[in-house]
Design a protein around this ligand. Structure first.
Ligand SMILES: [Zn+2]
Ligand SMILES: [Zn+2]
Length: 283
């Protein structure tokens, strides 16, 4: 067994044992940083596995495409599996790289420069915006290090929209697009609220597309994905489950709800009365 594989196995054991906690995830990312400086095939093969473990399917696929042995049936099979995962998942569901304390403070500073979204107050934290190497925004043509992780609902694929073009409505106009899949139909908002949500608010990552909740005659603010564990930590599990169960959607979700798991919760808060509301989606 080569040294890269040995280290991978030990980091993976740690990752599983500690339920993918921040320290074990960060250790994998740092290992990936080191592996990416190597050119040996053994290192690149292990890097593909690290990416897969972190749900970076696009990265794993692209890397494997460059090294796999096209005469080896087993490797062809693995390649095709990664190809499917790249198409269905890409890097969108990647476990985020945990920030260290200094990085966290810097990020708070950068957040202050982003436009404000009434119905989605912290899209960087919810994962709807990601930070990375600069990309050209297809709407304004300017480079941005922060961009929308999804493509809006439009005829064409529109990737890497910058926050400004979403917030001022230019992206929706230019691509005849909107950002939200569905809303609670019981609520009929005035046009301004509806336009702000559909055309000027970044959506969120979920299994079946966004479903936006409302309260007190307005749409709610989306806070992020949650599981039972997170709701209990926030001290609101009982109240949101009680309300959710009245919807008669899925039963016994308390037992299964897991942040970004196959039964995932999406948490909202009313902008007026402050009450929390839960939506649940399954894969
Ligand atoms: Zn732009
Ligand atoms: Zn309310």
């Amino acid at each position: 067994m080569n040294e890269f594989l040995k280290e991978y196995i030990s980091l993976k054991e740690n990752f599983v044992k500690h339920h993918e906690n921040e320290a074990s995830v960060l250790a994998l990312y740092e290992f990936a940083d080191r592996l990416s400086k190597h050119t040996e095939k053994e290192a690149i093969e292990v890097l593909v596995d690290v990416y897969q473990l972190l749900y970076k399917m696009e990265s794993a696929y692209k890397l494997y495409e460059s090294i796999y042995d096209k005469t080896d049936r087993k490797q062809i099979k693995k390649f095709l599996g990664l190809k499917d995962l790249n198409e269905s998942h890409g890097d969108r569901f990647a476990t985020p790289r945990p920030l260290n304390k200094k990085e966290r403070l810097k990020r708070e500073e950068r957040k202050k420069l982003l436009p404000k979204f009434r119905y989605h107050p912290d899209p960087l934290e919810t994962g709807s915006f990601i930070e990375g190497e600069a990309k050209i925004c297809p709407c304004c043509g300017k480079e941005s290090n922060t961009y929308y992780v999804k493509s809006p609902y439009a005829v064409d694929d529109v990737d890497y929209l910058c926050p400004v073009c979403i917030s001022n409505g230019e992206a929706a106009k230019k691509f005849d697009a909107d950002f939200i899949q569905d809303v609670d139909d019981d609520f009929v908002p005035d046009k301004e609220k509806r336009d702000e949500l559909f055309y000027r608010t970044p959506g969120y990552l979920s299994w079946q597309g966004e479903y936006w909740l409302y309260c007190c005659n307005d749409y709610c603010a989306y806070l992020g994905s949650v599981g039972t564990k997170e709701l209990k930590e926030m001290g609101i599990a009982e109240e949101v489950f009680e309300e959710y169960n009245k919807r008669k959607e899925f039963n016994d979700i308390e037992e299964y709800l897991e942040k970004d798991g196959s039964i995932c919760g999406y948490l909202f808060r009313c902008l007026h009365c402050g009450k929390h509301h839960l939506w649940v989606d399954v894969d």
